[in-house]
Write a protein that binds this ligand. Structure first.
Ligand code: GDP
Ligand code: GDP
Length: 464
């Protein structure tokens, strides 16, 4: 599972500066779902190819007398959700009573936190650090977030520690990307070799993540799928943390609904806001092969839908869009939402869109057809020959520009991965390829290879 790092500390110590350094701000997802405070920000970062989720808690008010009261609810939630807590202090301001209260709080709650001393730029580290030793925490990380000093090293160090913990964890879930990188096909390994499983599960296991804001109809859709006559639900395998995966078979094909905790059991809608977790949503996006993003036709598209889609896009997962609650909509309303979708969802135009009613079961079969199609596209293997010929044709059709007196040469292409498909293009001076030329190549490859339902990635390498 993708590790979660939470930033805590009093205001002004540099949490947002660090957050912005580590995430692309475009990804920042603010928890403004009903019932949640606005102050938590979620983002995704990556160090050495390893992704993680970062939560910025926005700031603990720093009331020295009552940390329990002062510690905002959202900070507590963020700490709960996190694998790693980073407790930031400000070297310029020195140790404050609020810092001490926060340290005490963390200690009492048994949450292991790492002390991070920020704003060390231009200071003598030994002098600056000395007073923080009274917090009795482990050796602090020393950084200057504003100058990007010590930041990357700190994160990779922390992620490595999490990694080695997880290596000991027998229940570790294989991640589709990991499987790909090691060149081993993980599919089918779920077939138990000890023969204890009575039901034979199909060899293929396509992981579906049903995602979306609260109340859009995710659990109705999941229950609808699992309640279908032609679906065989298998016994649940071991759970990892609090994630529950539900394996099932439909029309002879194997699927698993990932991270559906709280969805299947829940009958009561009033629990929605509390049960919703952005971290879980991000985890399911990471863990699935195909994300089914559910949106609500009644409310129309909202900002949060677009942010979630940004995450899917960034994660490279295949995608199917389901506009739910299509039952009982007036023609005018249907027209209006279709126009809105056309205007605002252009950035995921590779994904199929279905207008469904989870309540009545209308359109669910088509969603499955698109899931299959998206998965097939996302996991196709093309030969180097095929890709190279395609590249040569595309270049013949439309030459790369001349830069600094030399024409950029593109020589051959090979596939670097699946789900998402990665195309690696080799040539020289590829770092000078203009964006519009890259877009031309991407569009050509997508069209000729008939890739639907999945983002594609391109990497350009220079041989010189
Ligand atoms: P937050 O309230 O904890 O999120 O703090 P901010 O990230 O908003 O930072 C508070 C102030 O500290 C801003 O003026 C930042 O520019 C400044 N700051 C953050 N990191 C550094 C640093 O590494 N060095 C210095 N000198 N200033 C910093
Ligand atoms: P979740 O929070 O995304 O899991 O949403 P739920 O599945 O709990 O659904 C929220 C509310 O929307 C419930 O009252 C459902 O009965 C209702 N709902 C779900 N799907 C549909 C649908 O297709 N049509 C209509 N009219 N209502 C729906």
């Amino acid at each position: 599972m993708i590790p979660v790092i939470a930033l805590v500390g009093r205001p002004n110590v540099g949490k947002s500066t660090l957050f912005n350094r580590l995430t692309r701000s475009r990804d920042a997802l603010v928890a403004d779902f009903p019932g949640l405070t606005r102050d938590r920000q979620y983002g995704q970062g990556r160090v050495g190819g390893k992704p993680y989720i970062l939560i910025d808690t926005g700031g603990i008010s720093g009331d020295e007398t009552g940390i329990d009261a002062a510690m905002a609810r959202q900070s507590l939630l963020a700490i709960d959700e996190a694998d790693i807590v980073l407790f930031l202090v400000d070297a310029r301001a020195g140790l404050t009573a609020a810092d001490e209260s926060i340290a005490t709080y963390l200690r009492q709650n048994g949450k292991q936190a790492h002390l991070v001393v920020n704003k060390l730029d231009g200071l003598d580290p030994d002098m600056a650090l000395a007073e923080f030793y009274s917090l009795a925490m482990n050796a602090p990380y020393q950084i200057a977030a504003a100058h990007n000093r010590g930041v990357t090293g700190m994160i990779s160090d922390l992620l490595e520690a999490v990694d080695s913990e997880e290596d000991d964890d027998a229940a570790l879930l294989a991640h589709p990307e990991d499987a790909e990188q090691e060149g081993t096909e993980q599919e089918g390994t779920e077939q138990e070799s000890d023969g204890t499983e009575s039901d034979q599960r199909p060899a293929r296991d396509l992981k579906i993540g049903v995602i979306g804001r609260p109340n859009v109809g995710k659990s109705t859709l999941v229950n609808r799928i699992l309640g279908e006559e032609r679906v065989v639900v298998f016994d649940q395998p071991g759970t990892t943390r609090d994630a529950i995966s539900i394996p099932f078979e439909r029309n002879g094909k194997g699927y698993t609904l990932v991270d559906t905790a709280g969805i299947r059991r829940r009958k009561n809608v009033s629990e929605t806001a509390e049960k919703f977790s952005i971290v879980k949503t991000l985890q399911s996006i990471r863990e699935c092969n195909v994300a089914v993003m559910v949106m609500d036709a009644r409310t129309g598209l909202v900002e949060q839908d677009l942010h979630l889609l940004d995450f899917v896009l960034e994660s490279g997962r295949a995608l199917v869009l389901a506009i739910n609650k299509w039952d009982g909509m007036t023609q005018d309303d249907k027209q209006a939402i279709k126009q809105d979708i056309e205007r605002r969802l252009g950035f995921v135009d590779y994904a199929d869109i279905h207008f469904i009613s989870a309540l009545h079961g209308t359109g669910v079969g088509n969603v499955f057809k698109s899931i299959e199609k998206a998965y097939a596209s996302a996991t196709t293997h093309w030969s180097t020959n095929r890709l190279t010929n395609l590249l040569i044709d595309a270049v013949a059709e439309h030459q790369p520009p001349v830069t600094q007196g030399r024409r950029i040469k593109l020589r051959y292409a090979h596939q670097g991965g699946v789900n998402p498909p990665i195309i690696v293009v080799h040539g020289n001076q590829t770092n000078r390829l203009p964006d519009n030329y890259k877009r031309y190549l991407m569009n050509t490859f997508r069209k000729v290879l008939k890739v639907r339902g999945t983002p594609m990635r391109f990497e350009f390498r220079s041989g010189e």
